[in-house]
Write a protein that binds this ligand. Structure first.
Ligand SMILES: [Zn+2]
Length: 83
């Protein structure tokens, strides 16, 4: 969908980077993913990245993407990410 062509209906009516809301105690936030920056059990910082949607204006198909995927990949490679 980042090429502005819907993979389901081949339409070029793609709406890019639509905000996806996450509700937290009545407050609207951006939906995001989060990774620990180290494997320490208790003491660690985190990196978050927003999740955005690309939506087809002809059929409603939606794909989601993480905005800071390169940063998350760097953490994964350098720190050996574990849950
Ligand atoms: Zn479509």
């Amino acid at each position: 969908m980042k090429n502005n062509i819907c993979p389901k209906c081949n339409s070029n009516k793609v709406i890019p980077k639509v905000r996806i809301l996450d509700h937290d105690y009545g407050i609207n936030k951006n939906l995001s993913v989060q990774m620990k920056n180290s494997n320490h059990k208790y003491f660690y910082s985190t990196t978050e990245s927003q999740v955005v949607a690309y939506i087809c204006g002809d059929c409603g198909f939606m794909e989601t993407y993480v905005t800071d995927y390169k940063d998350l990949w760097d953490i994964y490679k350098k720190k050996g990410y574990k849950l």
